[in-house]
Design a protein around this ligand. Sequence first.
Ligand code: NAP
Length: 205
Amino acid sequence: MKILLIGASGTVGRAVAARLAHHQLITASRHDSDFPVDITDQTSIQRLFERTGPVDAIIATTGSLHFAPLAEMTPEQFGIGIASKLMGQVNLVLIGQHYLNEQGSITLTGGILSHDPIRQGSNASTVNAALEGFVRGAAIELGRQRRINLVSPDMLAESAGVYGSFFPGHAGVSGEHVAGAYVKSVEGAQTGQIYRLWGVTGHGA
Ligand SMILES: NC(=O)c1ccc[n+]([C@@H]2O[C@H](COP(=O)([O-])OP(=O)(O)OC[C@H]3O[C@@H](n4cnc5c(N)ncnc54)[C@H](OP(=O)(O)O)[C@@H]3O)[C@@H](O)[C@H]2O)c1
């Protein structure tokens, strides 16, 4: 399969790329030398797909959020997650659907904070919950046997050094474990699914 992976150089993206290395993998991100893209810029997304041409799968393991106490959060700061992780991924779908082959798939990335909030995480909870709604809504309309799913990871073990203090009690899930859900989404047959890779909370599948 010809697979476009946006965010391949990140913590989640590297784990996903390793598990999908047997496919024809096109990696993209702002600093990628071959396929640069900024998902907050629709023109940049359009240019990316014009360069890749038709693909069998689109995966997004990217998108910024703003973490801050609610009492200090400004509308501009809240807009970071809306413009990047939410609308960046939504726009990848809205534009990318026109380059997605029959029976192709799209896999987006959400996160545990949709249902399991932490301090300073209101922007992330909002964005991750909205992405779940988008995937459910889009799944029934994609057509031509094309599919869309969302992977919702807990904090990755690899990110514990950075985020661990924000996630009391969370051991972290391994990138390799999380990457399995992306493989399932791409190589499996399901659509409209939210794959929850959640550890200590007990909400996970
Ligand atoms: N790590 C975790 O514990 C964890 C847990 C749950 C959910 N998630 C979610 O997983 C996703 C990836 O997280 P991560 O920890 O892997 O992040 P990361 O290590 O910071 O990597 C982010 C990736 O996205 C690219 N990127 C960033 N902004 C971009 C933009 N505007 N346009 C295009 N590419 C962009 C980066 O490359 P460039 O700098 O070259 O653009 C990089 O490849 C995020 O949505 C995050 O919320 C992460």
